[in-house]
Design a protein around this ligand. Structure first.
Ligand code: PLP
Length: 418
């Protein structure tokens, strides 16, 4: 008998998990625009609820039943199965926004008194959630920097006086907007050390929005959970807000139960839109990354550009470059750069763009540019922004699928005007 071929994720994005015979033979998964699902019998409804609420596991050959679209829906389940393929995850959950994915996951896994260790910088919304909202629930947070060694991070944890309560290590890598990389294997080893010491598993979670799911697979580097703003590359067309989390079946079961209670699941329409987007994910991300490489090289030689923040330009042999070589499959398509002359000049560049849109968000087919200091990272503490080089002269550019020479021509004329 011929050996069953293991297809690559991009080959399965059009079909995986969908059975046309259950939908009148439709080749594409329809939008299951329904809030509720009919049970064949009351006994069947009872059995579905027993499994959904974790009272018992599925019996052999038994399948999870559809109940109510806050609990499950075919558009979400099929999408989750497809997302898992990229990260080789056991299970996944989709949410109505990236922030819903992050907040639901963190609130489910942490409790009052716990300590959350996180990388700096963080996307502004995450920064606000960690430093302001979690405090209200008695959850403590402490940050560490990209250039800190394992020993220095250990000292950061110990200096809180709450090392015995360390419950989660959360990183954003590459960090938004500086593209700083964090050593995932080192973080996973730290989590193991404290899991042994504290007698409780310290969970590792990463925001993989910038490079995932095509160019970075953190589960392979010992991480437990991978989070996404699916609004970005996964959605890819600036027409949907969504989020995702993938990881082990044990953790995802808890996160999905909490999602049902919080009501932070994605809608059937969002699920359908993301399935459509996943079909072209690899193509889009590959083209965007190719374009970004050309644009970043050009920017790095421009006389009005002071510095370019982009993983593809890291100095060979530097600590950041070693991390890049170990854990990234490509540099992605996010570039930040400092314009000589500060905010006035940076604003002039942004105001002069014609093809590239002046807007926050990223990962879409069209190129987008924004000013992190006054926009996406507005809520971040001023001293921290300065320390992390998020200054008034920085512009963040999300490179799209346009012709790279057209992107360069637009940025060139904007820089000329500054
Ligand atoms: N994580 C990163 C790295 C982001 O850039 C964003 C949004 O810009 C988020 C999370 C939040 O995602 P959403 O806007 O989908 O809630």
């Amino acid at each position: 008998m011929a050996k069953k071929r293991k297809y690559r994720p991009e080959s399965l994005m059009m079909s995986h998990g969908y059975k046309p015979e259950l939908s009148e033979g439709a080749v594409k998964c329809p939008i299951f625009q329904t809030s509720t699902f009919g049970f064949k019998t009351a006994e069947e409804g009872k059995a579905f609820f027993e499994v959904a609420y974790g009272k018992r596991d599925l019996r052999p050959k038994e399948e999870t039943g559809l109940i109510y679209s806050r609990i499950n829906n075919p558009d979400l389940e099929i999408l989750e199965n497809r997302l898992c393929l990229w990260d080789e995850a056991e299970d996944g959950a989709v949410f109505e926004s990236g922030m819903a994915a992050i907040s639901t996951t963190v609130l489910e896994l942490l409790q009052p008194g716990d300590l959350l260790l996180h990388s700096e910088p963080l996307y502004g919304g995450t920064d606000h959630f960690f430093k302001n909202v979690l405090k209200k629930y008695g959850i403590n947070t402490v940050g560490f920097m990209p250039d800190q060694s394992k020993e220095e991070i250990l000292r950061v944890i110990e200096s809180t006086g709450m090392a015995g309560k360390l419950a989660m290590i959360y990183v954003e890598s590459p960090a938004n907007p500086t593209n700083d990389l964090f050593d995932l294997e080192m973080c996973a080893a730290l989590a193991q050390t404290y899991s042994r010491r504290n007698g409780r598993k310290v969970i590792t979670a990463i925001d993989n929005t910038f490079l995932g799911p095509v160019f970075s697979h953190p589960l392979k580097h010992g991480f437990d959970l991978v989070l996404y703003s699916a609004t970005k590359y996964i959605g890819g067309h600036s027409d949907v807000i969504a989020g995702a989390c993938v990881g082990s079946a044990v953790l995802m079961k808890r996160i999905k139960s909490f999602r049902s209670i919080m009501g932070t699941m994605a809608s059937p329409n969002t699920g359908w839109l993301l399935m459509r987007s996943l079909e072209t994910l690899k193509m889009r991300m590959t083209t965007q990354a190719e374009n970004a490489a050309v644009v970043a090289r050009w920017l790095s030689k421009h006389p009005k550009v002071e510095k370019v923040y982009y993983p593809g330009l890291l100095k060979a042999g530097s600590p950041q470059h070693r991390i890049f070589r170990r854990q990234c499959l490509g540099p992605g398509a996010m570039i930040s750069f400092d314009v000589k002359g500060g905010m006035k000049k940076a604003f002039k560049v942004l105001n002069s763009l014609q093809l590239v849109k002046l807007a926050v968000s990223l990962g879409s087919t069209e190129s987008l540019a924004e000013h992190p200091y006054t926009m996406t990272h507005f809520p971040v503490d001023e001293a921290l922004k300065q320390k992390m080089s998020i200054t008034p002269k920085m512009i963040r550019l999300s490179v799209g699928v346009e012709h790279p020479e057209d992107i360069i021509a637009d940025v060139a004329q904007a820089l000329d005007r500054a």
